[in-house]
Design a binder for this molecule. Structure first.
Ligand SMILES: [Zn+2]
Length: 108
């Protein structure tokens, strides 16, 4: 069976390797996903409606395809970073540091 580049077959379980932008490649068990990335806090929270505030707090994208997520390297450097991941294949397309620009989505 041909393995994808970021997967290792160990004891009949696929283990994903995640590239921490600070530490390099590590096992998936060292990381935690914290949901969608690039959600901007409203500039004027006291001036927006309860519905708009609720949308900011609770509504998230759930795309079939490319998704941008916030992750932490809990059992490593403990830093936050972003992940561009395909939700269909579970393939991590790119990892990048907080504050770096969101990568373009390729239509290949
Ligand atoms: Zn790290």
């Amino acid at each position: 069976m041909k393995l994808q580049r970021q997967q290792l077959l160990i004891n009949n379980f696929f283990m994903f390797i995640i590239n921490c932008p600070y530490c390099g490649e590590r096992d998936q068990t060292e990381f935690t996903c914290h949901g969608e990335a690039h959600i901007a806090r409203p500039d004027n929270p006291s001036e927006i409606s309860d519905e708009e505030w609720g949308r900011y707090l609770f509504f998230r994208e759930n795309p079939k395809g490319t998704h941008f997520e916030r992750w932490t390297h809990d059992h490593g450097c403990r830093r936050w970073f972003n992940v561009m991941r395909d939700t269909v294949t579970d393939q991590i397309i790119k990892t990048y540091k907080m504050g770096e620009a969101k990568p373009e989505i390729s239509n290949e």
